[in-house]
Design a protein around this ligand. Structure first.
Ligand code: PAF
Length: 287
């Protein structure tokens, strides 16, 4: 695997592939890789001649009181995993390469960013959209692979790509879970043993919501309170940031969900300083 840290050599490597008619898949990450990331890389490798992975803990998507400085990092381990997955190229820029002195442009996607994590993480999705747009401009891949665990991020980037005519296909890949249902996340490492035991309560609460939707409950307020209650019952050590039920495409808050549209049930909870998110999409046809 080749590692590049500057945009120049990155573009040159990709140009070389393009001149040979090769296709390129791209998996953006913030490192501390887990099976969820590796599943995206495998999918990209199955569908493309070359796969680029980026590792960049993007400062613009962290709020002032968030965990930028303590975000888990282990580059040696990541390099070993990427080599084992036969990744073709790792782009490992530093903040000065991505945001050089004088950088002053922002990217803001309205609508899909206004519910769920939007209100509690102001500016977060602007930072995600900005960095991913810059990475797409530098790499110009055929396909962008994203995990559906970050469902709102997926919808935001899909919207941005459509609105700004970015010539890339966006593919959302299924959430990879631990045996007990906890969605894999780089932040899981920060849970202590007692918190880790209670963390699957997030998934259980969303499944409770799914069962209610399937049984015909479409009141967003009722779904929210039932999911919160289910979480609190099995995770006394956790704190609910939100549980919400919104339409799965526009992520718009509504009083009553449409029986004709898929529903996105999403939750964010905290165990100590560790914030976990997860979601469940309930297709309309299964209700
Ligand atoms: O999901 C992530 O790890 C990040 O938000 C992403 C897409 C790599 C942008 O920094």
């Amino acid at each position: 695997m080749r590692t590049v840290t500057q945009a120049g050599p990155l573009r040159a490597a990709i140009k070389g592939w393009r001149n040979r008619g090769l296709t390129v898949g791209f998996v953006p990450t913030m490192g501390y890789l887990h099976e969820g990331h590796l599943s995206l890389i495998r999918r990209s490798r199955a569908e493309h001649d070359r796969t680029v992975v980026s590792i960049f803990v993007n400062p613009t998507q962290f709020g002032p009181r968030e965990d930028l400085s303590t975000y888990p990092r282990d580059l040696d381990r990541d390099l070993a995993l990427l080599t084992r997955q036969k990744t073709d190229l790792l782009y490992l820029p530093d903040a000065g390469d991505v945001y050089p002195e004088g950088h002053s442009t922002s990217v803001s996607v309205r609508g899909v960013t206004e519910s769920l994590c939007g209100p509690s993480r102001p500016g977060h999705f602007d930072g995600v959209a900005l960095v991913v747009l810059k990475l797409l401009n530098r790499i110009a891949p055929d396909t962008l692979y994203l995990g559906l665990k970050d469902y709102q991020q997926y919808r935001t980037l899909e919207r941005m790509v459509r609105d700004l005519d970015v010539p890339v296909r966006v593919v959302g890949c299924p959430t990879v879970r631990e045996k007990d249902g906890l969605a894999m996340s780089s932040r899981n490492i920060r849970l202590d043993a007692a918190q880790r035991r209670q963390a699957p309560a997030l998934r259980l609460a969303l499944l409770r919501g799914r069962d209610l939707v399937r049984s015909g409950v479409l009141s967003a307020a009722r779904l929210s309170s039932e999911m919160s209650r289910a979480f609190r019952r099995s995770a006394p050590g956790g704190r609910v940031e939100y549980f919400e039920a919104v339409g799965a495409e526009r992520l718009e808050r509504v009083v009553r969900l449409s029986p004709e549209e898929p529903v996105c049930l999403a939750g964010a909870v905290r165990f100590g300083r560790t914030r976990l998110i997860d979601n469940e999409i309930v297709p309309a046809r299964r209700r």
